[in-house]
Write a protein that binds this ligand. Structure first.
Ligand code: RAM
Length: 340
């Protein structure tokens, strides 16, 4: 029995060394290659994610041995992302940072990718635990959600009906933020306010515009719109102006300063919040690189050096949180619009 075992081990190791030998040329070639780290976003054609891609390029330049690849489906669907991940598995990329269109639907395919040795993190819009190693949130979800209500309350004098123009109905990030908005508005200071409806523009400009118009038609006395998506807030600003509701319907949300500057200055949207998407892409790329090179496993307590962003600490359940959102208004918008 023992002899047999030794024989099996010997045969296996000969086969294994044969494989290594056969793969030798390829291995050497691969060593010369850069790490291929992908930023897989909700959908293409979104200025927010284009800024994320800029951050990936910046990190790649600093790290030297990294190629930052930007990918996304044409529409914000989980199916589109699953298809891309399947292709990336076949291409044997080294790591993928995903802004997820669905926190659960992606898990089978991301698990398959991790089994194939690809490091997976989520950023911006998370994947549930089990489907990624780390989830990098731009800021605390509770803080973001509560702040959105505070911002619209200041604009509507704490009175009246408020509607939300969100992204897709499955988006992890917007859904978390909206659940915190619903908590915040229960406080006594908002007793004269009502969150009447959440509509979904799917992070598509035309649908977001139509949904914003629909809200204003359905609630003629609407006092405010919160749109916690950069695509949605831009479409809502245009819809408010086109409907002649400027000054009557207040607007806040999460907007890209470069896209919203004119509406901040002309008063259609007097204040809104966001974080720096460039930093998000930059940090995600540093985290992926540390995971791929085995510097960290992504366990709670792990500390990851992220260049100019300093150190990122991995929290419970792989959660990492970056900072507090900026609030933009007519006074500071020009400064930020020049950056993102
Ligand atoms: C859109 C996307 C993104 C979100 C921003 C605020 O660009 O939905 O996921 O973080 O808005």
């Amino acid at each position: 029995m023992k002899n047999k075992l030794i024989l099996v081990v010997m045969i296996l190791s000969i086969v294994a060394s044969g494989l290594i030998f056969a793969g030798g040329a390829q291995e050497t070639a691969k060593e010369d290659e850069n790490l291929r780290l992908v930023l897989l976003v909700k959908s293409l054609g979104n200025g927010f994610f284009e800024a994320v891609a800029d951050g990936g390029q910046e990190a790649a330049k600093e790290l030297g041995n990294v190629e930052s690849i930007y990918q996304g489906p044409s529409a914000s669907t989980a199916e589109g992302q699953i298809e891309i991940i399947e292709t990336l598995i076949a291409q044997k990329v080294d790591g993928i940072a995903i802004s997820a269109n669905d926190r659960d639907a992606l898990i089978p395919v991301t698990k398959k990718a991790m089994k194939a040795g690809i490091k997976i993190i989520s950023f911006d819009s998370g994947i549930s635990s089990g489907g990624r190693i780390i989830d990098l949130a731009p800021s605390d979800a509770e803080l973001i959600g509560r702040q959105q209500i505070q911002l619209i309350a200041e604009l509507t004098d704490y009175t009246g009906k408020v509607g939300v123009v969100s992204a897709t109905s499955q988006a992890t990030n917007q859904n978390e933020w909206i659940s915190w908005m619903k908590e915040e508005i229960k406080k006594p200071e908002y007793s004269k306010m009502e969150l009447v409806e959440v509509v979904y523009g799917d992070d598509a400009s035309d649908k977001s515009y139509r949904e914003a118009v629909g809200l204003m038609n359905k609630y003629p006395d609407l006092a405010g719109i919160i749109s916690p998506t950069t695509i949605g807030i831009l479409a809502a600003a245009k819809a408010i102006e086109d409907e002649g509701k400027k000054g009557q319907v207040q607007l806040t949300g999460l907007g890209l300063p470069s896209e919203m500057q004119q509406y901040i200055i002309n008063g259609t949207c007097q204040q809104m919040a966001l974080w720096n998407p460039v930093d998000l892409g930059y940090t995600s790329t540093y985290i992926l690189k540390a995971l791929v090179e085995g510097e960290v496993e992504g366990k709670p307590g792990d500390v990851i050096d992220c260049g100019r962003m300093g150190q990122v600490v991995v929290g419970e359940d792989g959660m990492s949180i970056m900072g507090t959102p900026f609030v933009f208004n007519a006074e500071n918008i020009a400064t930020y619009a020049a950056i993102f």
